[in-house]
Design a protein. Sequence first.
Length: 235
Amino acid sequence: MRAIRLVTILLLNALGVVLFLSWYLPPEHGFWFGVDKTIFFGFNNQMVTHPGFALLVAITNFRGFDLVSLLAMGLLYFSFWRRETPEGRRKLLAIGITMLLTAVILNQLGHLLPVQHSSPTLFFEHVHRVSELTGIPAKDASKDSFPGDHGMMLIIFACFMWRYFGGRAFLMAVAIVIIFSLPRVMAGAHWFTDIAVGSLSVVFVGLSWWLLTPASDVVVNWFYHKLPGKYKPLA
């Protein structure tokens, strides 16, 4: 079993490195640039021809809308919380804290990648900014969009759901990833590859060593035993 896990970890690391290099090494990012450009202008042009779509993009990229994604993740997590015993809820709290710390640390490590990449709304000329089209102060640009912070946080949440709650929870979390990372791409605040290459490559390398080894369990158990509360273990 340990050998299989090690092979899986190494394969995920290789996949992450190859994915990143397939974007990083070719001039102008190779075929990925064509994918990014097609996706960006596909959405960007639709915002002009369909004002209702522009309004949807603006609303879903308004800063306050991030609370909706937190609510979606919270509701999924709560669906497991409400079925647990007090001791089980304490364990879920420990998992949640570990997940949050992991997301913060991995996000910081991701920005150590040797990439300075502005969003497509700043890269291309004569593009439409959803904030200007609608008057809503939506996030539609970033001077450093790689890797995608928002998308990475969502993907990390999905991976933790798989690790500690199983396949069904993972699939629901993947739906949350798609629904709440797509608006950033539609607005042009992120390239498609900021998430599909940047966020994923960091997660493949970083989380494989964290979730497929006892490392995360060690931290979860530490919080489980150290957090204050009525049901704190005696030993």
